[in-house]
Design a protein around this ligand. Structure first.
Ligand code: EPU
Length: 433
């Protein structure tokens, strides 16, 4: 078992290069299944969710060629099977994109029910199923697999109004519809930067998608997608996590390789907390010298404050002057990490979707547990800001989504190291992400 050992209390200084966006990569890699040819994908983050996505494609018969650390070529001209391995697919949440991609290209898919980060609540996929059904697919769940098949082998364009704004459903329906017969309209669509990135990827391979980034996406079905080359956007949440880290520890860092517009929702909130953020073309200079101020936060679909930054901002606010209110507006339960922060001296009360965060003077190091990816990022931030030593376990969750987090933080002057320890708690497996 890997643990991070952190000696906290040191401000961060230096530069950090942001990797490609995880939640774009885990959609674009399965989307390569739609392409009858070679896709070259650049700026792929080196994280375990990406490794797993590539393994799943390989098992289906895709040719995968690694060009360098961040570039792969995927050739889906000779896919052998439309049934994914149960063991692989259930390990990541994003395996649901295999349904849209396989169904869109081959008219059928058999995919294990997805796993993914477990932050307490149920993570339904009814909106995905609603979309596939509207496009003329039959969808049923049997023996741990989702079976989807198009009548007569090809989906038919349709109008779909999503009941909830869902990132996954928007992208999955987009993939399924790209080669459907006729036109598809997705209304009440999600608008996250990775939705636009997937649409841009598909368009660069020959799709006809308009309106991605607005709440109405229009797709004109095409006969076939051909190969091409595409670079994934920078990771908004990874960038936000480093911004939150310097907000908590103090110091000054240059966050490189970002799209400032994507960061606005996070930048504005950190500025409210007294953090200085200077925007340049593709970098942000983030500085915190004075005291942190309280702020209220409500997570919402893009362009609102992202739920995937909620644990990190709550950690920052736990050190701010005054009482802040954090409201989770996307997931029913994403506060499991709060118990760990309390063990470090934070004063936070949670009532259903709201956390009342009373700022404390300081946090103190403790043995803490990462329960999911973003909760894990919050643990790292808390440990960096805390006085004394923390030991973070459950880091496999963190490494699902943060490339080289230890090396990147070390380069900013953090005292953090990764150590291997004998696995005493096989029970950890119970928290499968
Ligand atoms: N929802 C439904 N029915 C559905 C789908 C979603 O009711 O069919 C509800 C969910 O229960 C939730 C809300 O709609 O309350 C939003 O869910 P969404 O579908 O947008 O989430 P997702 O696609 O499963 C992605 C990211 C998450 C991120 C959310 C929201 C990936 C692989 N995951 O999940 O990222 O929290 O969007 O932005 O893209 C993470 O990176 O740590 C992470 C969990």
């Amino acid at each position: 078992m890997t643990k991070y050992i952190v000696q906290g209390g040191k401000p961060l200084f230096g530069e950090v290069e942001i990797s490609g966006a995880k939640n774009a990569a885990v959609a674009i890699i399965p989307a390569a299944l739609l392409v009858d040819g070679v896709c070259r994908i650049e700026n792929i983050p080196q994280i375990s969710d990406v490794t797993m996505s590539l393994k799943i494609l390989e098992q289906l018969g895709a040719g995968i060629r690694t060009i360098n650390r961040h570039t792969v070529e995927i050739d889906c001209s000779h896919i052998r099977s439309t049934r994914t391995s149960y063991e692989l697919a259930r390990k990541i949440r994003a395996s649901y994109y295999l349904i849209g991609a396989l169904l869109g290209r081959f008219g059928q898919a058999e995919v294990a029910m997805p796993g993914g980060c477990n932050f307490g609540g149920v993570r339904p996929i009814d909106q995905h199923v609603k979309g596939f059904t509207a496009l003329g697919a039959k969808v049923l769940v049997e023996s741990g697999f989702i079976h989807a098949s198009a009548e007569n082998g090809r989906l038919k364009g349709a109008s779909i109004y999503l009941d909830v704004v869902s990132v996954g459903a928007t992208m999955n329906i987009m993939m399924a519809a790209v080669m459907a017969e006729g036109n598809t309209v997705i209304e009440n669509a999600a608008k996250e930067p990775h939705i636009v990135d997937l649409a841009n990827f598909l368009n660069s391979m020959g799709a006809n998608i308009r309106g991605a980034g607005t709440d109405t996406i229009k797709i004109r079905g095409v006969e076939r997608l051909r190969g091409g080359s595409y670079a994934i956007i920078p990771d908004q949440i990874e960038a936000g996590t480093y911004m939150a880290a310097v907000a908590a520890t103090g110091g000054q860092i240059l966050v490189k390789n970002i799209i400032p517009k994507h960061m606005d929702c996070i930048t504005a909130k950190l500025q409210e907390c007294g953090v200085e953020v200077e925007e340049h073309e593709d970098t942000l200079l983030v500085r915190r010298t004075g005291k942190l101020q309280k702020a209220n936060v409500k997570t919402m679909p893009y362009p609102g404050f992202p739920t995937d930054m909620q644990p990190q901002i709550t950690t920052v606010l736990s050190l701010a002057e005054g009482t802040s209110l954090v409201t989770e507006g996307v997931w029913s339960n994403r506060y499991r990490y709060v118990d760990e922060l309390r063990r470090m001296g934070a004063s936070i009360q949670v009532d259903e979707k709201t956390a009342v965060v009373e700022g404390v003077e300081r946090l103190t190091g403790a043995p803490i547990q990462a329960y999911d990816l973003r909760a894990g990022a919050a643990m790292v931030i808390a440990a960096l800001a805390a006085h004394g030593q923390s030991e973070i376990s459950g880091v496999k969750y963190i490494e699902r989504g943060y490339e080289n987090i230890v090396a990147k933080l070390q380069a900013l002057g953090a005292d953090i190291r990764s150590v291997e320890e004998p696995d005493e708690t096989a029970a950890m497996e119970a928290h499968i992400g």
